[in-house]
Design a protein around this ligand. Structure first.
Ligand SMILES: Cc1cc2nc3c(=O)[nH]c(=O)nc-3n(C[C@H](O)[C@H](O)[C@H](O)COP(=O)(O)OP(=O)(O)OC[C@H]3O[C@@H](n4cnc5c(N)ncnc54)[C@H](O)[C@@H]3O)c2cc1C
Length: 431
C-alpha cells in the first residue's frame, strides 16, 4: 500500500458521504509486510510507544521504524486507564514535564485530525487531614511558581464545584480543603492511541501487532550473550523472527523490567495491578474530577454519564490482571463516605491493568548502560497523561543521541547518584 505523509481527513462531509453511499471506512493503519531490519524498533504499542514512533517520524524524519506489540495496540495500560490528565505535580521537574504534555493534548485533535475529546473539566484533590492540607499548599506553591493554575480551596467552594460531596464536619473523614487545578480533566484514551497509530502509520512507521519480543540481541556486554553494561544492542528476537536494529526502545510499562532484563539492564521497578470500575450511566451531576488520597479513591463522570472509579495499586507485586471482590467492596465503602447519595447506583464492570512502580514515583527515561537500548518506563499509575511529552522527548533523545532537558531528571542513573525525584505526594492515588 502506498505511504501517506498525513493521516486521511476525518470530516463531517466524509461522514455524510459515507452514510449516503454506504461506503465502508478504510483501514486506519496498514498491516505491514514483515521486514528483518529497521533503524529503530519500539517495543510496546501503547500511547508511549506509538507517540515516540509518531514524533520520530513527524519531527525528525526517521520513518524506518517498527512498533511491535505482543497483543493489539492499546491492550496494555493505555486502553485500560481512567483517562485523567493534569499537571499539578509536586516537584518542579514533574510539573514542567506534565505541563508540556497538557499543552500537546490541548492541540492534539487538530494535530492528529481526530477528536480525542479532551474535556478540561478541572481536577480536585481533597484533603481530610492537616498534613494533607499542608501537602496541597506545598503543591499549589510549586505549581504557581511554574505558572500552573492550581490553588487550595475551602469546603464551601468545593461544594459549589461538586455539590454531591459531603463536606459536613461530622463525617468520618471530614473534607478540610482541596487542591483545585482547573486545567486538568479527562480525554478519550482509545482515541489518543488510535490518533498516534494512524499518524505514525501515515508517515510510514510499521505497526506489527501480535508480535512478541522474546529476547533482546546484544553484543560486547559484560554479561552472558554480550548483554549488560558496556555492550550494544543489535536487534530483537520476536515470535515472528529476528529484527536487526541499532536502536531499541522499551515502552512496555507493566512488563518493562522483564524486557530490560533481556538486555541485561536492571530496573528499580516492580509491577502491581491497578483496578478500576464503572457504574451505569446517570444524568450529569459531577462536573470535575475528584480525588481523595486518604480514602484511596477517585471519581469522574464520563460524557455518557457513567461514573469511573479508581483507587491505588494492589499491594502485591504480580502480573495477574484479574479483578477482585475486595477492591470493589473497599471502593464502594470509600465512595459512600464521600458521596452518600450514590448508594443505589449499580456497578457495570471492573477491570485491571499493570503498573510499573518506581521507588520515587517518577518515570525512568533515556539511555541505559547498553548502547542503543533506551527506556521510557516506570509509569506507575500516571503514565497516560505523560504519553505526548514522553513521545516527543524520547523521539528527540533517540534522534539526537542527547538527553533533552525536560527528561534529564528522570535518568536511570538517579538511582545510583541518589538524585531522586520524589513524587509520591502527588502521584500515589491522584492519577
Ligand atoms: C486502571 C488504570 C487506571 C489508570 N488511570 C490513569 C489515569 O487516569 N491517568 C494517567 O495518566 N494514567 C493512568 N494509568 C496509567 C497509564 O494507563 C499507564 O501509565 C500508561 O498507559 C502506560 O502507557 P505505555 O504506553 O507506557 O504502556 P502500555 O499501554 O501498558 O503498553 C505496553 C505494551 O507493551 C506490550 N508488551 C509487553 N510485553 C511485550 C513483549 N514481550 N513484546 C511485545 N510487546 C510487549 C503490551 O502488550 C502493551 O500493549 C492507569 C492505569 C490503569 C491500569
Amino acid at each position: 500500500m502506498a505511504r501517506r505523509t498525513r493521516p486521511a481527513k476525518y470530516s463531517a462531509f466524509g461522514l455524510v458521504r459515507r452514510g449516503i453511499t454506504k461506503q465502508s471506512w478504510p483501514r486506519v493503519w496498514r498491516e505491514p509486510d514483515w521486514k528483518s531490519a529497521y533503524d529503530v524498533v519500539i517495543i510496546g504499542g501503547g500511547v508511549h510507544g506509538l507517540a515516540t514512533a509518531y514524533y520520530l517520524a513527524a519531527n525528525h524524519g526517521i520513518t524506518n521504524v517498527a512498533v511491535v506489540d505482543k497483543a493489539y495496540l492499546g491492550s496494555g495500560g493505555s486502553g485500560r486507564n481512567t483517562a485523567i490528565v493534569r499537571s499539578n505535580y509536586l516537584t518542579p521537574e514533574g510539573v514542567a514535564f506534565y505541563d508540556r504534555s497538557l499543552t500537546l493534548y490541548n492541540s492534539m485533535s487538530i494535530d492528529l485530525n481526530l477528536n480525542v475529546m479532551f474535556s478540561e473539566r478541572g481536577h480536585m484533590t481533597l484533603a481530610h487531614t492537616d498534613s494533607a492540607l499542608r501537602t496541597m499548599n506545598w503543591r499549589a506553591e510549586v505549581n504557581k511558581l511554574q505558572g500552573i493554575d492550581s490553588s487550595v480551596i475551602a469546603p464551601r467552594e468545593i461544594k459549589k464545584l461538586a455539590p454531591s460531596l459531603d463536606v459536613s464536619p461530622d463525617t468520618r473523614y471530614p473534607i478540610l480543603g482541596a487542591l483545585y487545578h482547573p486545567p486538568g480533566g479527562t480525554i478519550r484514551h482509545d482515541a489518543v492511541v488510535w490518533g498516534y497509530a494512524r499518524g505514525a502509520d501515515a508517515h510510514g512507521v510499521d505497526l506489527h501487532q501480535k508480535t512478541e519480543v522474546l529476547d533482546i540481541l546484544c553484543e560486547g556486554g559484560e554479561g552472558p550473550d554480550g548483554k549488560g553494561p558496556g555492550g550494544r544492542v543489535t536487534g530483537v528476537r520476536t515470535s515472528r523472527g529476528d529484527i536487526t536494529a541499532p536502536i531499541v526502545v522499551n515502552c512496555t510499562a507493566g512488563w518493562a523490567s522483564t524486557i530490560a532484563g533481556m538486555a541485561g539492564v536492571r530496573l528499580p521497578i516492580t509491577t502491581h495491578p491497578l483496578q478500576a470500575a464503572v457504574t451505569e450511566p446517570v444524568k450529569m451531576f459531577l462536573p470535575t474530577v475528584v480525588v481523595s488520597g486518604s480514602l484511596h479513591v477517585y471519581v469522574s463522570q464520563t460524557d455518557r454519564g457513567e461514573l469511573v472509579f479508581g483507587a491505588s495499586v494492589d499491594p502485591v507485586a504480580t502480573y495477574n490482571m484479574g479483578g477482585t471482590l475486595e477492591f470493589t467492596e473497599e471502593l464502594a465503602g470509600h465512595v459512600l463516605e464521600l458521596m452518600p447519595g450514590l448508594s443505589k447506583m449499580r456497578l457495570l464492570r471492573q477491570w485491571a491493568g499493570l503498573c510499573d512502580m518506581t521507588p520515587d514515583y517518577s518515570p525512568v527515561m533515556g539511555p541505559t548502560p547498553v548502547d542503543g537500548f533506551f527506556v521510557d518506563v516506570g509509569w506507575g499509575t500516571y503514565g497516560f497523561k505523560a504519553g505526548p511529552v514522553s513521545g516527543e522527548q524520547m523521539a528527540a533523545c533517540v534522534a539526537t543521541n542527547r538527553t533533552p532537558e525536560l527528561i534529564e531528571p528522570f535518568a536511570l542513573s538517579r538511582f545510583t547518584d541518589g538524585a531522586l525525584v520524589g513524587e509520591k505526594g502527588a502521584a500515589a492515588v491522584g492519577h
